[in-house]
Write a protein that binds this ligand. Sequence first.
Ligand code: CP3
Length: 336
Amino acid sequence: MNDRFLRACRREPVDRTPLWIMRQAGRYLPEYRELRAKADFLTVCRTPELAAEVTLQPLRRFQLDASIMFADIMTPLDAFDIAMTFNPGPKVAQPIRTRADVDRLHAKPAEEAVPYVAETLRILRRELDGRTPLIGFCGAPFTIAAYLVQGEGKEGFNALKKMMFEAPSTLEALLEKLTLAMADYVRLQAKAGAQAIQIFDSWVGVVSPEDWDRYVLEPTKALVTAVRASGVPVIYFANGATTILDRVAAVGADVYGIDWRIPLDEARARLGGAPAVQGNLDPAVLLGPVAEIERRAADVVRRGGGKGHIFNLGHGIFPETPIESVEALVRTVRGA
Ligand code: CP3
């Protein structure tokens, strides 16, 4: 059984730095594009056999130390019956803008709303058979709220910011509902076989420190607590939050995902030294020559310091990444 990744989450000694890649299943793989030519994105997410197949695709090519179930951060919103499309990012049919919009949201239990996610995880545990641990995930309440209020991914998320300043209690009410729904969703995942949970806070970099304290800390901490109560380690990835890492450390995660905007050793020091870290090679390095990939990846391994470090990119892999770049990366991290 390969348990390097789980050992690193717990800061136990490992024989070498474990490695996985954010968005490791996806459009940079020709076999993913082939499958997607036959089934749209939501169909893949909602069909356990297809979601499991796509999850396993990168494992067949690369010697990675963890698998991450295929779904989207917007998947659990099926519990609220929120209509959306993907092109390629999520677009919410009717953005949440008013108190009445928030009050209308009633979550079904995750077990009823997204049974296909539990089934995907069960298939994967069986198929993986200990080859790698299986990671489940969800979006952080703030990042999910950002999509729901804005309606789509948009620089600055001004509609969300407007709600923040104009109607703070409306945003707080929305965050509270999302926190409960995500907690229910991660419990379902842990029960179905997820061995760790990553919380993606992809857009939290848009907040000021004052707004982090008011809108992000408590909901995130509550979600982290819920994951840990279900018995699995939790990775919190706060993208773009390197300037407030001291605040980030207060959510109480086992592992902190670090983006590429800070040297990893510095990030660890700013987090207070104790927790494990995951990261943080700039995903754009994989668009460059092999020699540069090798040099940069080795530097991340060195700064990670071995114990309590999980190698990853500082954000998701780009669709235009050459396969040979990923091969060079995996070779370097395994051999470094
Ligand atoms: O391999 C994996 O990491 C598992 C799959 C996964 C997807 N989305 C599949 C996907 C994961 C973990 C996510 C999380 C996700 N979704 C995040 C957090 C991670 C991050 O990058 O910050 C976010 C912000 C989303 C929202 C989202 N979904 C965006 C912005 C997009 C568009 C383009 C993109 O790939 O970045 C999606 C669609 C999506 N989710 C695709 C995939 C493979 C592409 C859809 C397609 O096949 O056309």
